[in-house]
Design a protein around this ligand. Structure first.
Ligand code: PLP
Length: 316
């Protein structure tokens, strides 16, 4: 699986990898927490994290013992000038499709990020989990391909196959890869081998590429249906981010409380996440994060209608 992945990531994500640098992980989450632990142990314990970021990942990152500093994200992605002022020794970024805002790291920012990492002798942790799902054109290559000596690339099959498979990988510089393997050996005896054989076969015979092509079409059609339905049913809300991935960021109209919308929608059977917890204290913006990948177009239209009612009632 490591050899097949190295070939796949080189071909599809422009990664510079050989099998020796690939460490199999139970998803991006384990790769992330293990990589940050390795950095803390190596004395690189100040980790910059995007603001906003995944509220599920924050407690995981805090548990590593790293000192977390938050760096603002704007329409061009991570503010690299603010990162350079932060004194961080490592940064976690989602350059292909920022979570949760859905923006892409702009070309100038990508170059500046790599320049900063080289000048500061810092490590870039690249969460690439959404990168195969870009609907408006070809995805840009990963940062690891530009700076392989200081980038840890993390990916998984969670969005392409199923999050419950817990099958992911880290592609890391040799010293980090050695730490990841050691951490794995000292805490676990490895991942499920049958799943890895099956995935290696899936990669080798081109079935994964065909599956991704089919899923891109399906997810794109679902995203388009949801955006159209939101325009109709929640016309004052604003969809942010590019046409990509499996989630959508919806800024709520003024006067609609995030919590009230979530509670009213939930009572009608539509479960959505609030974005406020993903922003640091000073930065909170009321918005919703909508996952659309598992619902067909008709159900998405119905969900948007319920959401529209919830927004109207929350503003009453
Ligand atoms: C931004 C982001 N990265 C990574 C993950 C975790 O992915 P995995 O299932 O591969 O651990 C998630 C979870 O959905 C996520 O929101």
């Amino acid at each position: 699986m490591r050899a097949e992945l190295a070939g796949y990531l080189g071909r599809v994500r422009a990664a510079l990898a050989d099998a020796g640098q690939v460490v199999i992980m139970n998803g991006v989450a384990l790769g992330l927490s293990s990589a940050v632990r390795a950095l803390v142990a190596a004395g690189r314990g100040t980790l910059a994290v995007e603001d906003p970021t995944s509220d599920r990942q924050l407690p995981m990152l805090e548990a590593t013992g790293a000192r977390i500093v938050r760096i603002p994200v704007d329409g061009d992605g991570l503010d690299v000038a603010a990162l350079a002022r932060s004194g961080a020794s490592a940064v976690l970024v989602t350059p292909a499709h920022q979570y949760p805002t859905g923006v892409v790291l702009a070309p100038g920012r990508r170059a500046a990020l790599v320049d900063w990492a080289r000048a500061a002798d810092a490590v870039i942790i690249e969460d690439d989990y959404d990168a195969e799902f870009r609907y408006d054109g070809d995805p840009v290559g990963c940062l690891q391909g530009v700076a392989p000596e200081r980038t840890v690339l993390l990916g998984s099959v969670s969005k392409a196959l199923a999050p419950g498979m817990r099958l992911g990988w880290a592609v890391a510089p040799p010293w980090v890869a050695a730490e990841l393997r050691e951490h794995r050996e000292l805490s676990d005896l490895g991942g499920p081998v049958l799943d890895q054989h099956a995935f290696a076969r899936f990669l080798a015979d081109g079935a994964y590429d065909r599956h991704l092509r089919a899923m891109r079409r399906r997810y794109r059609s679902r995203r388009d249906a949801l955006v159209a339905a939101l325009r109709e049913h929640v016309p004052d809300a604003v969809v942010r981010g590019i046409s990509a991935g499996v989630h959508l960021y919806l800024e709520l109209p003024s006067g609609a409380s995030e919590k009230a919308v979530i509670d009213v929608a939930a009572a009608s059977g539509v479960r959505v996440s609030g974005a406020t917890e993903m922003w640091s204290e000073g930065q909170k913006h009321p918005a919703l994060v909508l996952g659309y990948a598992a619902l067909n177009e008709a159900r998405l239209d119905e969900a948007a209608r319920i959401l529209g009612d919830a927004v109207a009632r929350a503003r009453e």
